[in-house]
Design a protein around this ligand. Structure first.
Ligand code: VTB
Ligand code: MG
Ligand code: MG
Length: 334
């Protein structure tokens, strides 16, 4: 087999392998739905995802993870994961994870919590520090630069409405329900736009701009920078535009980012700056939302709903997993 063919073959297999990783995390987290313990839910997702990675034929390095080695026992930044992590061999890839995006949502049994993973070639992801990121995103099929992170809310809405050949009153802006977004909300409402506030989970909030049936036209506001990179990976696959800007609260954060290779703290990152080259993204719903159905328990097992996508082919697949716990190793039942 020619080298190129072999590479393509490896890539293709990996995309579907990744879904097993998010399924494992999703199944584990779902056991904690509505139990009021977000740390237990998160811990269960992290542990299950870590274990599931051991079966994937990669030599992976976590670059967006659960924190630094001294604060996170598993899936910490720099950790090697995958079947070949110790033995060597296998494709060398970088990994971004959020084993449970929406820990509080899960603890309350709210909507739209999910387990997420993205994979890129070495060096493909922005090594985002754990600070906030200002984000703006719109869906596919619009002129390049139709919105800009440095433009005003009013200007962005006006330009988006013009490009979509609609009125601003037709547009829906999605953002996290946070006090820090009061100004954006006020301005967007004054301009006539409608608002969809989400309690947590801005990865799915951003991805919603690229999914026609969510009714979201634009995502705005700040959320976690690691979540920004995961969302960028997804948009690279599914289409759409996104910009991000890291928000630093003090000099220590700026210095820390500099150590991670971020020289210009005011840089505006485009999609390719956050997730470049061949990228894959997978997510499994933990609780039901507009993007994915949550885990459903059935006699003897559970049903999961996941999305898998690759930037190279642009294929987006929805995978419904019917898990039979009598046959599945206990460690993977969640
Ligand atoms: C978002 C959201 C996450 O953090 O990134 C948000 O996607 C941002 O932080 O689900 P604040 O909660 O401090 O606003 C989460 O809500 C939790 O990781
Ligand atoms: Mg997390
Ligand atoms: Mg998160």
């Amino acid at each position: 087999m020619a080298e190129l063919d072999r590479q393509v073959h490896v890539d293709r297999n990996l995309a579907l392998e990744l879904v097993r990783v998010t399924e494992a995390a999703g199944l584990a987290a779902s056991r904690w739905m509505g139990r009021g313990d977000k740390n237990a839910a998160d811990g269960a997702a992290v542990e299950a995802m870590r274990r599931a990675f051991d079966t994937v034929a990669i030599s992976g390095t976590v670059v967006i993870g659960e924190g630094e080695m001294d604060e996170a026992p598993m899936l910490y930044i720099g950790e090697k994961v995958g079947l070949y992590a110790k033995a060597g061999g296998g494709p060398e890839v970088d990994i971004a994870v959020d084993p449970l995006e929406g820990t509080t949502i899960t603890a309350k049994g709210g909507p739209n919590a999910m387990a997420c993973v993205a994979l890129a070639q070495r060096g493909g992801f922005l090594h985002a520090p754990d600070v906030y990121m200002e984000k703006i995103a719109v869906g596919p099929g619009l002129p390049d630069g139709v919105v800009h992170i440095d433009a005003s809310v009013e200007e962005n809405l006006k330009n988006l409405a013009r490009a979509k050949k609609c009125e601003i009153t037709d547009l829906v802006v999605c953002l996290l329900d946070r006090d820090r977004h009061k100004d954006i909300v006020k301005r967007a409402r004054a301009a006539g736009a409608r608002i969809m506030m989400i309690p947590d989970g801005d990865v799915s909030g951003v991805v919603a701009v690229s999914q026609a049936d969510t009714g979201v036209d634009i995502y705005m506001g700040s959320g976690g920078a690691p979540e920004g990179v995961l969302a960028a990976a997804a948009l690279r696959c599914i289409g759409g535009q996104m910009q991000g800007k890291l928000l630093f609260e003090n000099d220590e954060q700026v210095a820390r980012a500099r150590e991670m290779g971020i020289i210009d703290p005011n840089r505006v990152y485009g999609l390719e700056d956050m997730a470049k080259g061949d990228v894959m993204f997978a997510a499994t719903g933990v609780t039901t939302g507009p993007m994915l159905r949550g885990v459903r328990t059935v006699p003897g097992g559970a049903i999961t709903h996941s999305i898998v996508m690759r930037s190279k082919s642009g294929t987006v697949r929805y995978v419904e997993g019917h898990h039979n716990f009598a046959l599945k190793p206990a460690a993977f039942q969640g």
